[in-house]
Design a protein around this ligand. Structure first.
Ligand SMILES: Nc1ncnc2c1ncn2[C@@H]1O[C@H](COP(=O)(O)OP(=O)(O)OP(=O)(O)O)[C@@H](O)[C@H]1O
Ligand SMILES: [Mg+2]
Length: 280
């Protein structure tokens, strides 16, 4: 544990200490997805995790969420070990988890009604969130009547309405077209900016990671992936994501981090090619 400038111990919103996760394989063996992962996310920080496909990004998020138990090491949240689902966190999955038989407002209210809030109060709070995410007039639509961007807005409202201390986001915008994605990223930053919430954001896209984050964590190629780099993103806030890619600091950081990430991406690519060769 580290000490803050005031001399008190820092309570991390998310802390993984020496976390290893192994899975059983169908042939009776074991597969190490990640090994000895150390990750510390302070309250209010925006941290992205980037790494090649299969490097264990979702596994790490699932350990922070309490959906997966580390095989060894500890996952904790605000100083307490994570046992079962981490109640301080909301999870935004890559594929949004909207219930198709419920309307937009019912989907957004769900977290509150499940926590015992009355329907009228939950709906009025949900309507407030729908206004915030630009869906004021879509409360009574069903998910299949929405565009991809609208579904993501609904999922954002659904995650935020319960006022979590931590947002765990697994490639939340990767299925969107580039323009919608940049708008969603800008809106996410605007919501997050003054919220004091910790965000752990998974992405394949280094541009997105740098543009959004205070820190970018790079995972190495699997199996047994470890953290191979941590980079502080010192670009001042507030940031305008529509122009940030021209910022000289962005360009410099991108060059530095990509220099490291591409080694891991190449290893993953070579390993996949070798495997294809064995199969052929
Ligand atoms: N339940 C499981 N059983 C067996 N192996 C698993 C299980 N979950 C994940 N794995 C393996 O662990 C490794 C890491 O998976 P994970 O989904 O965390 O990777 P990722 O970095 O999120 O990949 P992607 O970028 O493709 O989403 C992969 O090789 C995957 O096949
Ligand atoms: Mg994943």
């Amino acid at each position: 544990m580290t000490l803050s400038s005031a001399g008190t111990p820092t309570q991390y919103a998310v802390e993984l200490q020496g976390c290893t996760k192994q899975f059983s394989t169908p042939g009776g063996g074991t597969y190490f997805a990640v090994r000895d992962i150390d990750l510390k996310v302070e309250p209010g920080r925006f941290v992205s995790i980037v790494g090649p496909t299969g490097s264990g990004k979702s596994t790490i998020l699932n350990m922070a969420a309490g959906l997966l138990k580390p095989s060894s090491g500890t996952a904790s949240s605000f100083g307490a070990p994570v046992h079962g689902v981490n109640r301080r966190a909301s999870y935004m999955f890559q594929q949004d988890a909207l219930l198709p038989w419920k309307t937009v407002i019912e989907n957004v209210s769900l977290g509150l009604t499940m926590a015992g809030v009355g329907k009228a109060e939950a709906h009025s709070e949900a309507q407030r969130w729908l206004e915030k995410v630009g869906l004021k007039n879509f409360a009574d639509r069903y998910p299949h009547q929405l565009s991809g961007g609208m579904r993501k807005r609904t999922a954002v409202a659904q995650a935020w309405i319960v006022n979590p201390d931590i947002l765990l986001m697994d490639e939340p915008f990767s299925a969107l077209d580039v323009q919608t994605r940049q708008i969603m990223e800008n809106e996410l930053l605007a919501l997050w900016q003054e919220s004091g919430k910790a965000v752990v954001f998974i992405t394949h896209d280094l541009d997105e990671a740098i543009a959004l984050s205070d820190e970018v964590v790079i995972l190495g190629a699997g199996p047994g992936s470890t953290v191979v780099g941590n980079y502080e993103i010192t670009i001042p806030r507030p940031r305008d994501l529509l122009d940030i890619r021209d910022d000289p600091k962005f360009v410099e950081l991108h060059r530095e981090i990509w220099g490291r990430l591409k080694i891991e991406v190449s290893k993953t690519y070579e390993a996949a090619r070798a495997e294809e060769g064995e199969v052929a």
